[in-house]
Design a protein around this ligand. Structure first.
Ligand SMILES: Cc1cc2nc3c(=O)[nH]c(=O)nc-3n(C[C@H](O)[C@H](O)[C@H](O)COP(=O)(O)OP(=O)(O)OC[C@H]3O[C@@H](n4cnc5c(N)ncnc54)[C@H](O)[C@@H]3O)c2cc1C
Length: 391
C-alpha cells in the first residue's frame, strides 16, 4: 500500500486531517486501533470553540452540528452563594461556543470521509513506524492477524496520549514537560432535561463542580474528586447529593436529576512535548499535548493543529516548499502553550487544592470577585474560552 500521508489514529485530529487533506486533493490513509462503533460512542469532550465550529461548517461537515448542537452565548461562574454570567458573545464581538459532543463530530467526519471514498482501516493497530528521517516512511500494522505495511511521504501521529508515534522522536531531540494535578474529575452522563441554559462552573468549599450538557435529553455533570478514588464507591444517590451540595440551590435554581447512564473518573494533567515533529513525522492533538479539561480546549487544539498541518502539507505537495512544514511545531506550540496557561488558570480559579492555606483560598475568591466585576478581566476569560483566532 502507498499513500501521501499515513495517519495513525481516527480521533478528531486524524479524521479532520484526512478530511482537510482530501479537500486539498491530497490522499491519506487512516489507521485506527478501535472499531467504528467504539470511536463513535466514546464520550469525551463537548465544547467547540467558535473557530472549530467555523472550520467544520466551512469544510462541509457542520450541517448536523448546526441542527442538533446548541449555541451558548455565555457561561456562569458560581461562587460564594451567587452566580455571575460571563457574556461570551457581548465581550468578544459576537463569538460564542457550540455544545456538540465529540463522538458526534467523529460520526460526521467518518461519514464524510467514507462518502468521499476515503480510506479508514478500523481495528488495525499501527505497531511500528520506520524511516521517518528518510523520504518514504513506512507504517507497519496488524490487520486481522496479518502484518501489513504502508509507504507514505509523511506520517501524522494523531494517536492520542498513549500512542506509538511520540516516542519515535529520539529522546535526545525531545523535551517533555508535565504537571499532574492532585485531583481528578468524576463525570456522569444523566438522562434528564438541562438544568441550566448555559454551563455553570462552580467553585465551592467542598470542591469544583460543572454543569454541562450533551443534548436536550442527556446531561454531562462533573465534580472534582480524588484521582485515585474508586467510582464504585459512589452510589447514584451519593453522586446527586454531592452535586447538590456543591452547586447549591441558589436563587430558585435547582439541579435536575435523572437516571445515571455512565460514570467515570479522569485525572487532570497538563503535558507538552517539544518539538511536535521529527523528520517526516508530525504529531497532532493529544499525542503532543494534554490540557486539564477545565478550559475545554483538548478537542479544539487537535483541530487547530491539523489545520496548520494540512496547509503546510498542501504547500509542500503544490510546490515542494517546506517552509510551513518546518514551522509546524513552533506555530502549534504557540497556541498550545496559551491553551495550557488558560486551562491551568481556570483550574486554579475553581478547584479546591488541599495544600492551599486559608489565605490562598481567600485570594481565589478575590480573583473571582475581580473577574466578575471588571469588564477587562471578564473579556480576557471570554476571548480565551471562545478560542483565540486560529493561525
Ligand atoms: C475520558 C476523557 C474525557 C475528556 N473530556 C474532555 C472534555 O470534557 N473537554 C475537553 O475539551 N476535552 C476532553 N477530553 C480531551 C479530548 O477528548 C481530546 O483532547 C481529544 O480526543 C483529542 O483528539 P485526538 O484525535 O488528538 O486524540 P484521541 O481522541 O485520543 O484519538 C486517538 C486515536 O488514536 C487511536 N490509536 C492509538 N494508538 C493507536 C495505534 N497504535 N494504532 C492505531 N490507532 C491508534 C485511538 O484508538 C484513538 O481513537 C477528554 C479526554 C478523555 C480521555
Amino acid at each position: 500500500m502507498r499513500t501521501q500521508v499515513g495517519i495513525v489514529g481516527a480521533g478528531p485530529a486524524g479524521l479532520m486531517l484526512s478530511h482537510l487533506l482530501h479537500l486539498e486533493g491530497i490522499a491519506s490513509v487512516v489507521l485506527e486501533a478501535r472499531s467504528r462503533a467504539e470511536i463513535e460512542s466514546t464520550i469525551r469532550a463537548g465544547v467547540l470553540e467558535q473557530g472549530t465550529v467555523d472550520l467544520l461548517e466551512r469544510t462541509g461537515v457542520g450541517a448536523r452540528m448546526r441542527r442538533e448542537g446548541a449555541v451558548h452565548h455565555g457561561i456562569n461562574l458560581r461562587f460564594d452563594g451567587r452566580t455571575h454570567r460571563i457574556d461570551l458573545r457581548g465581550l468578544t464581538g459576537g463569538r460564542s461556543i457550540m455544545l456538540y459532543a465529540q463522538h458526534e463530530v467523529i460520526k460526521d467526519l467518518v461519514e464524510a470521509r467514507l462518502e468521499a471514498g476515503g480510506e479508514i482501516h478500523f481495528q488495525v493497530e499501527a505497531v511500528r513506524v520506520e524511516g521517518i528521517t528518510g523520504t518514504t516512511p513506512r507504517i507497519r500494522f496488524r490487520e486481522q492477524d496479518r502484518e501489513r505495511e504502508i509507504d507514505c511521504a509523511f506520517v501524522a501521529g494523531c494517536d492520542g496520549f498513549h500512542g506509538v508515534c511520540r516516542p519515535l522522536i529520539p529522546q535526545a531531540a525531545r523535551r517533555e514537560l508535565q504537571h499532574v494535578y492532585p485531583f481528578g474529575w468524576f463525570g456522569i452522563l444523566a438522562s434528564a432535561p438541562p438544568s441550566s441554559a448555559e454551563l455553570i462552573y462552580a467553585r465551592h468549599e467542598r470542591g469544583f463542580a460543572l454543569v454541562s450538557t450533551r443534548s436536550p435529553q442527556i446531561q454531562r455533570l462533573y465534580f472534582q474528586c480524588d484521582p485515585d478514588d474508586d467510582e464504585s464507591r459512589w452510589t447514584d444517590a451519593r453522586i446527586w447529593q454531592e452535586l447538590h451540595a456543591r452547586l447549591e440551590n441558589l436563587e430558585g435554581w435547582r439541579l435536575t436529576e435523572g437516571p445515571i447512564l455512565q460514570k467515570g473518573i479522569v485525572a487532570l494533567r497538563s503535558f507538552m512535548v517539544e518539538p511536535m515533529q521529527h523528520g517526516r513525522l508530525f504529531l497532532a492533538g493529544d499525542a503532543a499535548h494534554i490540557v486539564p479539561a477545565t478550559g475545554a480546549k483538548g478537542l479544539n487544539l487537535a483541530v487547530a493543529d491539523v489545520l496548520v498541518l494540512s496547509r503546510a502539507l498542501a504547500a509542500f505537495f503544490a510546490s515542494g516548499g517546506s517552509e510551513l512544514l518546518e514551522g509546524y511545531s513552533a506555530t502549534c506550540l504557540r497556541r498550545a502553550w496559551r491553551a495550557q496557561r488558560f486551562s491551568r488558570w481556570m483550574t486554579a480559579l475553581t478547584h479546591r487544592d488541599e495544600a492551599d492555606d486559608a489565605f490562598t483560598r481567600q485570594l481565589q475568591l478575590a480573583e473571582l470577585e475581580y473577574l466578575t466585576s471588571s469588564r477587562a478581566a471578564s473579556t480576557a476569560l471570554a476571548e480565551n474560552y471562545v478560542g483565540l483566532p486560529m493561525e
